[in-house]
Design a protein around this ligand. Structure first.
Ligand code: NAP
Length: 244
């Protein structure tokens, strides 16, 4: 059977770096990559197919799902990287206190970090239904761990990633019933030098800030080593399981 990988977020820092890892592995015949604006995708490889996908739009999700179904009957690797933390244009600023919560910002952050990837999975779920190894990895964040939260703040981002972690667990249980070789995980990439972290890097020691390539190298090693009994977990770049 031909092997297909699907990576969402080809114009993001980690998305781009992960696509290079997937291609370098030579493990996939078709590598489908998505972006809100595919004209910004800079990867050129005969295995790559690019499709537009905006996770905040149901119409875009439905259209992208049809494209994917036209390209393949089965997916073996699915990675989603979409994330938002701060966006001045959308008036999203990580909240320091409860009083800063507002409905519109909460809805936007949940829509991209949590609802988006899982509505996407719902739209393509038929391509998960086989009995070969399939890895579904959604980029999450350590700050989405309830057990690890000792500082507070960043309410919408933390809550959206915590909810994302629950959907990961649920999908792992559901898919595990029909495919014992399915591994569904959330991945924490470390603190990585991308657009998302730029406004928050001042306090990060230089040796704690990964380049996207460095983080993708670590994450790729985690993905390659994943075993079926790790399904449902939130796993850090160094392979450590993070308490949800
Ligand atoms: N960087 C870190 O330190 C860090 C730490 C922990 C977790 N993470 C997680 O890692 C993931 C990747 O982030 P990154 O660091 O690579 O940041 P990034 O470079 O800002 O990438 C964010 C990605 O999200 C995409 N996105 C935003 N809104 C979207 C939408 N409506 N539909 C589809 N895609 C959308 C962006 O697409 P466009 O290119 O079209 O804008 C981009 O591909 C995120 O889930 C983030 O929460 C990052």
């Amino acid at each position: 059977m031909q092997k297909t990988a699907l990576i969402q977020g080809a114009t993001g820092g980690l998305g781009q770096a992960l696509i290079h890892k997937v291609l370098a592995s030579n493990a996939y015949d078709i590598v489908i990559v998505t972006a809100r604006d595919p004209s910004r995708i800079v990867i050129s490889d005969p295995r790559v197919r690019t499709i537009p996908l905006d996770l905040a739009s149901d119409l875009s999700i439905a259209a992208a799902a049809r494209f994917v179904a036209d390209l393949t009957d089965a997916l073996h690797l699915v990675i989603s990287t979409a994330g938002i933390l701060k966006n001045e244009h959308l008036q999203i600023v990580p909240e320091k206190k409860l009083a800063e919560l507002n409905r519109e910002a909460l809805e936007t952050v949940f829509s991209i970090n949590c609802f988006g990837p899982f509505l996407w999975y719902a739209a393509i779920h038929k391509l998960f239904k086989h009995r070969e190894r399939i890895v579904i990895a959604t980029l999450s964040a350590r700050v989405g761990s309830i057990g690890d939260n000792s500082l507070g703040g960043w309410h919408s981002y933390r809550a959206s990633k915590a909810a994302q972690n629950m959907l990961t667990k649920n999908l792992s249980l559901e898919l595990g019933r029909s495919n014992p070789n399915a591994v569904v995980v959330g991945l924490h990439p470390g603190t990585v030098d991308t657009q998302l972290s730029k406004p928050f890097q001042a306090a990060i020691p230089i040796d704690k800030l990964f380049s996207p390539e460095q983080s993708a190298t670590y994450l790729w090693s985690v993905i390659e080593d994943l075993e079926a009994n790790q399904t449902g977990e939130l796993i850090a770049w160094d392979g450590q399981i993070i308490t949800r």
